[in-house]
Design a binder for this molecule. Structure first.
Ligand code: ADP
Ligand code: MG
Length: 699
């Protein structure tokens, strides 16, 4: 493989002063340095970068572009025509800024070349005015719109980085522009070699993979899309290889451990089926058959139960727990947040009571006495089912005889699993997720996990109608909401996701609830749900919402998962552009749970003011309610396997691999994994990649 060629114009980046001498040993410690060692990064910028998850030089180096700018023709200003995207070069004549509707500001610079002049227009970047003094040379990329040249990217002076063909576009924010990120990544590229390259040379040759440092240059400064793809594939291969090596090791460990065989389904689960107010769907039945098969063996079950929000996974999960109970053993249901654990408990407890099964709730916010009592019951075996957060797996918590553990959503189970393994006995584990990926692919990616899938919700469901509504028309959303409330339905209003403490989030939610009670929701009974409520208050609140003693629940994202009130048929999400796609899909899953037509109304600022990815997220939500499809869109937008990472046994994110597109690469990594399973060089990285050391939920 020849070294990656750098595009013209970037020669200066190729050899900055800090470029290490060729063939010098990698200095990985360089990558750990905080970002303010880079030029132009002070405390303020550093903080904004941190919000994007970028803290070290290494983070920047491994920031994956989610797309590249296309190559565009260079035009004289006089030749500008239509809405074709082009590049122009010229000199600034004069600048002016004005405020348009709302928070939108418009900066206009008259730019001229020898052929003519055109007003170039920027949105919300008034600070640029001082850089665009008359006489300044600029290169702009954009298109003619309504008489002005709408600028998509610009370079000031002679260096053309941002407007270059195939310029990488990173996940930016409103505070950090794609341009700034591009510059910073350029500076970080000086450290590409410090990342090291742990693939054996023979393997690289066989697979036709470039050196890792070359791959990084190709990724961030490609001369063509093909070159960028060669770079990405090398980095993706590394990730997938680590994943496969880790999976191979875990499978080995699991084969060495023993779980109790739970035999055939018995009388208790039969009564459970009869107690349910509905018949199970064929998908639920299929999932149950599959897990019954697992539970009859002594090889610990590791099964993934995937199905969209509201598809009926919890019903299946409870079945699995009861299979343990009817053998005189215990089941545990572990949720990522307290609210979710409490919600599960609200669902589970009544049915358990009906069946004569003792269930307890264990979360870390329980008063000490209740906490101790629950623990004692778990240790004695009196509690047959325990529902809780990761408090369930804390050191001082012991089960008399745990046989089945259900792990709901995003939870990292690594630590517990390892502890259980160390004791020479491990429970059967069912992982539940509502962020589905195609079944065959899941099998390849998870390797040793078996997959059950609830592909369709119960047939009484009507798909949720989703609308995206600009802030200035928010009134219409509330009109629709009031109409539904008048018909006896209930509603959620989700408050903006502000970056602040749980406490100030709670305060904001309370303020909003008070404001709405006086205004749009005057005359309706409004409750407020947030993470700062005492568990008992939260439970009471949910119970009264369920009992229709409240019409509207104003809430933070604590309602994201688990809340189940079929009569709630409308949800308004305020400042919806601030939420992630998966998160919005989860939120939307709170409505449409009965047979009624439900609505999800997403309110945001005007489209022009949003980032490119925010627009794409909201459009996708309006377009489809299919969780599989949204998962794919999310992958494309984020370019990372957050999808896999956050929920699955401590896997860290995939940055470069696109699990849907890279199937063939995945197969190759899988084939290469056995020969590297005992490779000492990879061992640390595999450990880091699978570190289950952080059982805290990510949300
Ligand atoms: P998930 O956990 O996948 O989000 P749940 O198990 O919470 O879904 O189920 C969502 C709603 O659908 C609940 O109100 C549940 O009682 C109901 N439900 C589950 N299975 C069925 C079924 N087979 N028929 C009708 N309703 C069902
Ligand atoms: Mg659920």
């Amino acid at each position: 493989m020849t070294a990656t060629r750098l595009p013209r114009g970037f020669a200066s980046l190729d050899q900055p002063a800090s470029w290490p001498p060729p063939r010098s040993r990698p200095r990985p410690e360089q990558l750990e340095r905080p970002l303010d060692v880079l030029p132009g990064v002070g405390p303020a910028i550093r903080k904004r970068l941190q919000k994007l998850g970028l803290q070290t030089v290494g983070d920047l180096l491994l920031a994956a572009p989610f797309r590249y700018e296309p190559a565009v023709p260079e035009r004289h200003i006089a030749d500008l025509l239509g809405e074709e995207e082009v590049a122009i070069s010229g000199e600034v004549r004069r600048v002016s800024a004005r405020r348009a509707r709302g928070r939108l500001t418009i900066l206009t610079a008259i730019v001229a070349d020898r052929s003519g002049s055109v007003p170039a227009v920027w949105f919300n970047q008034t600070w640029l005015a001082e850089k665009l003094k008359p006489g300044t040379r600029v290169r702009l990329r954009g298109a003619l719109r309504r008489g002005g040249f709408a600028v998509k990217a610009y370079d000031i002076g002679e260096d053309g980085e941002a407007t270059a063909d195939f310029a990488p576009v990173y996940h930016a924010s409103e505070e950090i522009t794609p341009k700034k990120l591009r510059e910073l990544v350029g500076a970080a590229l000086a450290h590409a070699r410090d990342l090291g390259d742990r693939l054996p040379a023979a393997l690289k040759e066989r697979e036709g993979l470039p050196l890792r440092a070359d791959a990084l240059h190709a990724l961030h400064r490609p001369a063509s899309l093909a070159e960028a793809e060669v770079g990405r594939r090398r980095l993706a291969f590394d990730e997938l290889l680590l994943l496969q090596v880790g999976i191979a090791r875990r499978a080995r460990e699991r084969e060495a451990s023993i779980a109790p065989s739970l035999g055939e389904p018995g009388e208790l689960v039969l009564r459970y089926r009869k107690a349910l107010p509905f018949a199970l769907t064929p998908y639920q039945e299929q999932a149950i058959r599959e897990l019954d098969g697992d539970l009859s063996r002594t090889l610990p079950m590791q099964r993934l139960l995937q199905g969209d929000v509201g598809s009926g996974k919890t019903v299946v999960a409870l079945y699995a727990l009861l299979r343990a109970v009817e053998q005189g053993r215990q089941g545990a249901l572990m949720a990522p947040t307290e609210t979710l654990a409490e919600q599960h408990f609200l669902t589970v407890e009544p049915i358990c009571n009906e069946l004569g099964v003792r269930a307890v709730l264990l979360t870390s916010s329980l008063p000490a006495r209740e906490h101790a009592a629950a623990r004692a019951q778990m240790a004695s075996g009196e509690a047959q089912i325990a529902v809780g957060t990761h408090a369930l797996i804390q050191e001082e918590v012991a089960f008399a005889d745990l046989a089945v553990a259900v792990v709901d959503e995003q939870h990292r189970f690594g630590v517990e699993q390892r502890r259980a393994l160390a004791e020479g006995r491990s429970p059967h584990v069912l992982h539940m997720t509502a962020t589905p990926i195609p079944r065959t692919l899941a099998l390849t990616v998870y390797g040793d996990l078996a997959v059950s899938e609830i592909a369709k919700p119960p047939s009484n469901r009507v798909p949720v109608v989703t609308r995206w509504i600009p802030q200035e028309r928010a009134g219409q959303a509330y009109t629709r909401l009031r109409r539904l409330l008048d018909e006896g339905r209930q509603a959620y209003v989700v408050c903006p996701l502000i970056e602040a403490s749980e406490t100030s989030l709670a305060r904001a939610a309370e303020d909003e609830a008070a404001r709405l009670s006086r205004g749009e929701l005057n005359g309706f009974r409004v409750g407020c749900l947030h993470g700062r409520l005492k568990p008992k208050d939260r439970r009471d609140l949910m119970a009264s919402f369920k009992a229709q003693e409240l019409d509207v629940l104003v809430a933070t994202t604590v309602i994201e998962v688990g809340v189940d009130v079929p009569n709630a048929t409308v949800m308004i999400v305020e400042e919806a552009d601030r939420f992630g796609l998966a998160q919005l899909h989860q939120l939307r899953g709170r409505v449409g749970r009965g047979g009624e037509q439900s609505y999800c109304l997403l309110i945001s600022r005007a489209k022009e003011e949003l980032t490119e990815t925010a627009v794409a997220r909201l459009e996708a939500l309006v377009r489809t309610t299919d969780g599989f499809e949204l998962a794919e869109v999310d992958l494309e937008l984020r370019g990372s396997g957050e999808l896999l990472g956050r929920r699955q046994a401590g896997l860290s994110d995939l940055r470069f691999a696109r699990i849907t597109r890279d199937r063939e690469l995945l197969e190759r990594a899988r084939a290469a994994a056995p020969e590297l399973a005992d490779d000492a060089l990879l061992a640390d990285e595999v450990e880091a990649c699978f570190a289950g050391a952080d059982p805290a939920p990510s949300a």
